[in-house]
Ligand binder design. Structure first.
Ligand code: FMN
Ligand code: 173
Length: 350
C-alpha cells in the first residue's frame, strides 16, 4: 500500500492494524466527546489570510523553549501505553523524536521505563510528564529518576484530579493493560504500584515541585486565564493550553479558542504551548499566530506508531514539518516567529 499522505490517512492505517478496543482507547474522548470534536472543528473555523510578495527563502522553523530547542514548533505530547501501538513502544517514539530533532514529552504512564526510553534513544530530548501521586515520597523518586535520566523539563499535568469517563472504554470493557504490559515507571521493588490520580492536588504541590527540582516546570492542562496568572506567580517556566485531547472534562472549549485569552494573560512572561486537534501544518500556523510558542501532537504520533512503528512516527512528524514549511511560504512568512493574529480570520460555520 502507498504511504499515507496526511495525518488522517495515518489514522486510517493505524486503525486497520490496532485491536479495535485499543484504537478506541487512543481515539476516544470523555463523555459525549463534544470537546474531542471541538478541538479539530475550531481549527476548521479559522482561516489563514496570507501575505504576498514578501520574497522569502527557506523558512526558519526552530524554536527555543525552557527545556531546550526543537527543530520545529511541533512537540510530541505525552500519551500513555505506546506498546499497545507498537512492540517497541516509547523506545520507538523517542527514536522518532530524536531523528526529527524535536522534544518528546514522555508520559509517566509509559509502557517502557523512562530510563530504558532514554537509553534507547540517546539523542532524544525528553521532558518527563508527571501525575503528582498521593504518595509524595514516590512522586519525588520519580522526579529524581527523570533528572538522572537526563530529562530536561518536568511537565505536570493538572487537568486530571480524577480520570475522565471514557465511554468507548466502558463499552469495550477496556480498563487494564493486557498481560505483559504495565506502567513501567510505577515499579517499586517487586511490585507495580497503581497509577493514581490525586483529587487533592493543589497549587501547593506545584510550588513544592518547583522548589524540589532545578528542571523547568511546565503546567499542562490550563484553560482559565486566572489559573495562568496563578501559575506565573508561582514561577512555572511554561504553560500548555490543553484539554487533554477532550479526554477529561467534556464540553470544555476547544484549546485554540481559549489560546488568545491565555496568551494575553501570560503576556510573553513564559512560553505558552497548545495541544488538542492539531492535524496539519496550517493548524500549527494558526496556533502560533494566536500566541503559541509551539504546539504538541498526541494522537497523530500514536497513529504513525500504530501504522508503521518508529518509521511511521518519523513520517508523521516529517509530514507536519513539510506542511509547516509550505504554509509559511504560502503565507509570506520567513519564520515561525513571524506570525501574528493578523494572519487569522474567524469564518462563519458552514
Ligand atoms: C491515548 C492518549 C493518552 C494520553 N495520555 C496522557 C498522559 O499519560 N499524560 C498526559 O498528560 N496527557 C495524556 N494525554 C493527553 C495528551 O498529552 C494531549 O493533551 C492530547 O492528546 C492532545 O490532543 P491530540 O491527541 O488531539 O493531539 C493522552 C492523550 C491520548 C490521546
Ligand atoms: O488516557 C489518558 O488520557 C491518560 O492520561 C491516562 C494516563 C494513565 C493511565 C490511564 C490514562
Amino acid at each position: 500500500m502507498r504511504a499515507p499522505v496526511s495525518v488522517r490517512e495515518f489514522e486510517a492505517a493505524a486503525r486497520e492494524r490496532l485491536d479495535p478496543a485499543h484504537y478506541d482507547y487512543f481515539a476516544g474522548g470523555a463523555g459525549e466527546e463534544v470537546t474531542l470534536r471541538a478541538n479539530e472543528a475550531a481549527f476548521g473555523r479559522l482561516a489563514l489570510l496570507p501575505r504576498v510578495l514578501r520574497g522569502t527563502d527557506k523558512p526558519e522553523l526552530g524554536v527555543t523553549l525552557p527545556g531546550g530547542s526543537a527543530s520545529m514548533p511541533v512537540l510530541v505530547a505525552p500519551t500513555a501505553f505506546h506498546r499497545l501501538a507498537d512492540p517497541e513502544g516509547e523506545r520507538a517514539t523517542a527514536r522518532a523524536a530524536a531523528a526529527t530533532e524535536t522534544i518528546m514529552m514522555l508520559s509517566m504512564a509509559s509502557t517502557v521505563a523512562l530510563e530504558d526510553v532514554a537509553a534507547a534513544a540517546p539523542g532524544a530530548r525528553l521532558w518527563f510528564q508527571l501525575y503528582v501521586q498521593p504518595d509524595l515520597a514516590f512522586t519525588k523518586t520519580l522526579v529524581r529518576r527523570a533528572e538522572a535520566a537526563g530529562c530536561r523539563a518536568l511537565v505536570v499535568t493538572v487537568d486530571s484530579p480524577v480520570l475522565g469517563s471514557r465511554l468507548r472504554d466502558e463499552r469495550n470493557g477496556f480498563h487494564d493493560l493486557p498481560d505483559g504490559l504495565c506502567c513501567e515507571n510505577m515499579r517499586d521493588g517487586d511490585r507495580v504500584r497503581p497509577l493514581e490520580f490525586s483529587p487533592t492536588i493543589s497549587w501547593e504541590h506545584v510550588g513544592r515541585l518547583i522548589e524540589l527540582t532545578s528542571l523547568p516546570v511546565v503546567l499542562k492542562g490550563v484553560l482559565h486565564p486566572e489559573d495562568a496568572g496563578t501559575a506565573l506567580d508561582l514561577g512555572v517556566s511554561g504553560l500548555i493550553v490543553s484539554n487533554h485531547g477532550g479526554r477529561q472534562l467534556d464540553t470544555v472549549p476547544a484549546t485554540v479558542d481559549v489560546l488568545p485569552e491565555i496568551a494575553a494573560a501570560v503576556a510573553g512572561a513564559v512560553p505558552v504551548l497548545l495541544d488538542g486537534g492539531v492535524r496539519s501544518g496550517t493548524d500549527v500556523l494558526k496556533a502560533l499566530a494566536l500566541g503559541a510558542a509551539a504546539v504538541a501532537v498526541g494522537r497523530p504520533v500514536v497513529w504513525g506508531l500504530g501504522a508503521d512503528g518508529e518509521r511511521g512516527a518519523v513520517r508523521v512528524l516529517e509530514l507536519l514539518r513539510a506542511q509547516i514549511e509550505e504554509a509559511l511560504a504560502l503565507c509570506g512568512a520567513a519564520s515561525v516567529h513571524d506570525l501574528g493574529p493578523g494572519l487569522v480570520r474567524r469564518v462563519p460555520p458552514c
